[in-house]
Design a protein around this ligand. Structure first.
Ligand code: NAD
Ligand code: MG
Length: 387
């Protein structure tokens, strides 16, 4: 097929699965980037022979240069290297699989360079969705979602030419490892438990987000931005089996759903081949051996992150960047063992109350909101007793 791809975040969970799809579909990886994992990036470079390899960590980049000295592969470094990979002339498509707001500037650079965006990095749309979607529209660039729920919705919207016909998007949520827990039970959970997702194997940050339900909150905002719909047209339902990846309810009450095994390679593949479909990389769904397909409302009292995200979405402007910055910082502290699980929503709530939202923000306003949110969270930390 010969499609040429720049893969930002190739050593992560989405990055590695993207390389499976690239190999299986006969595509080319023109650029690979990672933060620190030199050994894995070297291995990927030797297999996929990109034109450009980038390590955002300077010391790791120096190490990779030595490791790849015999290959002729150019090695770049730092945030500028990531921007270079995003705009690489030889790539037609950019997969954004880095984690966090670090994906924002490279996504904008890829849009300005007229690449198709296969978007996994949801934090970009949470922080700067309107800006990014406007830029994509202005440059005539397609943003095709990789996130399984948004890919499901994207698939269910194929053939819909009038967004006014959409009554509601229904995002499904697995509920995570702590589904059914009371607030008291949640106070005792450990990092190890939070990192055990029942259906998906993912990077550490999104795994914790799935356990707090912040992931569904971020996805709620991601859906608003991608499909330009108001919050009242998006709902969330707990579906433990992760077989129905999401649904669209139309104005005539027809409900379309996309089903499949929980395997990210399917939405990655579709983001790369759309509007075509090509032979499967993910395994088939056997309906007769599926677990029961059940549905329940989310418990926003025990899992306040979802409600906080909806509230930030309604406030608009930089509120969603504040939510995201506070959450990234809090999850980092939780992963480092510095705070407890229930401190995450408590801190995010306090930061949202402390940092005022700026409406119709510029990129500079968004980056400043992210900085302020992180600083506000750090100021709150000494007062947190560990649970
Ligand atoms: P991960 O932690 O496994 O991988 C992250 C990748 O980004 C790695 O290659 C890492 O080297 C790189 N990276 C980390 N920090 C960076 C920085 N500051 N600058 C540049 N590169 C950096 O994460 P993941 O689970 O693959 O998730 C990636 C993105 O995709 C996230 O935004 C996540 O929300 C989204 N996503 C993931 C899944 C999944 O199944 N894993 C599903 C849907 C959406
Ligand atoms: Mg998802």
């Amino acid at each position: 097929m010969g499609q040429s791809i720049s893969l930002l975040g190739s050593t992560g969970s989405i990055g590695r699965q993207s390389l499976d799809v690239i190999a299986a579909c006969g595509m080319r990886a023109a650029a690979l980037t990672a933060h620190r994992d030199e050994a894995r990036l070297e291995e990927q470079c030797r297999r996929f022979r990109p034109i450009l390899a980038v390590m955002t960590d300077e010391r790791a980049a120096a190490g990779l240069r030595v490791r790849l000295a015999d290959t002729g592969i150019r090695v770049a470094s730092g945030p500028e290297g990531l921007l270079e990979a995003a705009a690489l002339p030889e790539a037609g498509t950019v997969i954004t699989a880095v984690v966090g707001i670090a994906g924002l500037k490279p996504t904008l650079a890829a849009i300005q360079a007229h690449k198709r965006i296969a978007l996994a990095n949801k934090e970009t749309l949470v922080c700067a969705g309107e800006l990014v979607m406007d830029a994509a529209q202005a440059h005539g660039v397609d943003i095709v979602p990789v996130d399984s729920e948004h890919s499901a919705i994207f698939q269910c919207l194929q053939g819909c030419t009038d967004r006014g016909e959409v009554h509601r998007l229904i995002l499904t949520a697995s509920g995570g490892p702590f589904y059914g827990y009371t607030p008291e039970q949640l106070r005792g959970v450990t990092l190890e438990q939070a990192l055990k997702h029942p259906n998906w194997s993912m990077g550490a940050k999104i795994t914790v987000d799935s356990a707090t339900l912040m992931n569904k909150g971020l996805e709620f905002i991601e859906a608003m931005r991608l499909y330009r719909l108001p919050p009242e047209k998006i709902s969330v339902v707990i579906h433990r089996a992760s077989i129905i990846h999401s649904l669209v309810e139309y104005c005539d009450h027809a409900v379309l759903a996309q089903l499949g095994t929980p395997d990210m390679r399917l939405p990655i593949q579709y983001a790369l081949t759309w509007p075509a479909r090509t032979a499967a990389v993910a395994p088939p769904l056997d309906l007769l051996s599926c677990p029961p397909l059940t549905f329940a409302p989310p418990d926003e009292e025990a899992f306040p992150c979802l409600a906080l995200a909806k509230e930030a979405a309604r406030t608009g402007g930089t509120a969603t960047a504040v939510l995201n910055g506070a959450n990234e910082e809090a999850v980092g502290r939780f992963l480092a063992g510095e705070i407890g699980f229930c401190d995450i929503p408590a801190l995010v709530e306090r930061v949202l109350a402390a940092v005022p939202a700026v409406q119709a923000p510029s990129l500079a306003d968004i980056l400043e909101a992210d900085r302020q949110a992180r600083a506000a969270l750090r100021r709150l930390l000494p007062g947190i007793p560990s649970n």
